[in-house]
Design a protein around this ligand. Sequence first.
Ligand code: UDX
Ligand code: ADP
Length: 484
Amino acid sequence: MTSANLQIRTICCIGAGYVGGPTMAVIADRCPEIQVNVVDLNLERVNAWNSEDLSKLPVYEPGLDEVVQRTRGRNLYFSSEIEIEIAKADMVFISVNTPTKTKGLGSGQASDLRWVEACARQVAQFARGHTIVVEKSTLPVRTAAAIQTILRAADQQIGTQGESRTFEILSNPEFLSEGTAIRDLEFPDRVLIGGESSEAIEALTSIYSKWVPLSKILKTNLWSSELSKLSANAFLAQRISSINAVAALCEVTGGDVREVSKAIGSDSRIGPKFLNSGPGFGGSCFQKDILNLVYLCRHFGLPEVAEYWEKVVSLNTWQQHRIARLVVEKLFGTVTGKRLAILGFSFKANTNDTRESPAIRITKDLLEEGAQLAIFDPKVTSHQIGKDLALSASSPPDDRNNSSQAALKGEGTWWSSTSVENALTGTDAVLILTEWEQFHDLNWARLGTKMRKPAWVFDTRAIVDPEIIKSAGLKLWQVGNGAE
Ligand code: UDX
Ligand code: ADP
C-alpha cells in the first residue's frame, strides 16, 4: 500500500515528554477521527498524564489542561503499552529525549541518540503493514539516516502476522517555545515536513492541514528539514549573543542597549524580536542545537564554520561569568561572607524549567567567591536548585548574627527564600536573573530599607525603573546601560 491511499487512522507517539505530550494533545483535538496513543516507558509520567486532577499533568503549559480535558479518553490515550500501540499505528512519531553526550566520541557536543535508536529498533520489530515514522525530537542532522538504516533492515521482511511490512521516514521538527507551546502548535509560523516519499509527506500534510493553512506547510528534503531546525535555533541564539555583545559595549561607552535594540529592530530587515539583552540564553535547545551544528561542521571538515557557531555559545558563557565578576568588583572586590539576594532561577519567566539557566552559572561563580545567597523563584523548587548547584541548601542565617560558621570560613552557601522581602533582608545586593512579572514593579522604597547600605541592585534583565531605584537610595547596575 502507498501512503497516498493510506488513511491515517491511528497514531502512536513514543515519548510523553514536553514535546510529545502537547503536540499529540493538539493533533487529537484538531483531528477527532484519528486515534492518538502516546506511550512512554516512564510509568510515573504516564500516570501523571492520566491524572484526574489536571493540575498534576507532567508538563505545565498555559492552555494544555483544557486541550487534554477535551480529548483524553475520546481519541487521546496515554499508556506504557509500547509494543501494542506501535503495532496498531499507521504513523509513529518518535519524540524521545536527546541530551548532549557526556562521554565518548563527540562528548559535550554530539547528541546522545541511544533512546532514538532504541525506538527505531522497537518500531522495526513491532510495526505491521505500512508505517510512516516521523522524527519529532530535536535531533542532529543525519538522524533520519540512522533510523532509515535500522528500518530498511526490517523493510520488506515478513512481520509477525505473515504480512509484508514497509516503512517511510519523515522529519517534522518542533518549534515550540516553553510557556507558549499550545499557541505555537495551534498557530504555527510554519510546519516543516522533510522526506523522500511524496505520498508520506502528503499523509502528514493531511493531518496538519486540518488547522494549518497549506501555505504554512513547507515541504523539503530530509536534510533540509533537519538542518532548518538546528539553524533556526542557532540564528535565534546568535541574535541574543549579538545584542549581549552590543550591551557590553554600551556599558563602557555610555549607550543604552534598549535604545539600540529599538533602533536596529525598527529596520524591517532585522525586525524587533529576540533583541532583549540579558544574562544570556538558557533552555534545553539553544546550546544543544548549536553544539550539534559545531560537531557536524567539524565532522564534515568545516572547522571555520564550526568556530563561527561555537563563538555564539562562548559569548553566552562569557556574559554570565562577566555578570558574576562585575558583582564582585562593585562590592569592593569581595563577596566572601556577604549576603546577596537572587531573584529568579528559571531560564526564563513563566516556566519552572532550569535547564541551562543563566542563574546556575552566575550563582555558582558567586558561591565560589564565598557569597551567602538567598534565592527566591516563584516556581522553581529548592530541591531543583540544590540539584543544579550540586550543593545542598543551608539553613538561613540567624538575622541577629550575620556571621554563620560557613561565612566565617569563607564558604559559599545558599538557602531558599519564601518571598522577595525575605530574600532581600540584610543583603548587600540583589541580582534579578529572571524576568518574572512580579519583579517588574517591586516596592523598592520599602524593600531598600531592608538592605545593608550601600546596597546594589544588579538588574540583568533591564526591567526596573532606574529613577525608582535611585530615589530608594540604592545603587544600580543594569545590563547594557552605560548611561548610569
Ligand atoms: C527555543 C526555541 O525558541 C523554540 O523554537 C524551540 O526550538 C525550543 O527552543 P525555548 O528554549 O522554550 O524555545 O525559549 P526561548 O523563548 O526561545 O528563549 C530561550 C532563551 O533565550 C531564554 O533563556 C530567554 O531568556 C533568552 N532570550 C530570549 C533572551 O535573552 N533575549 C531575547 O530577546 C529572547
Ligand atoms: P522532550 O523535551 O524532547 O519532550 P522529555 O525528556 O521531556 O524530552 O521527554 C522524552 C520522553 O521520552 C521521556 O518521558 C522518556 O521516558 C521517553 N522515552 C525515552 N526513550 C523511550 C523509549 N524507548 N520508549 C518510550 N519512551 C521513551
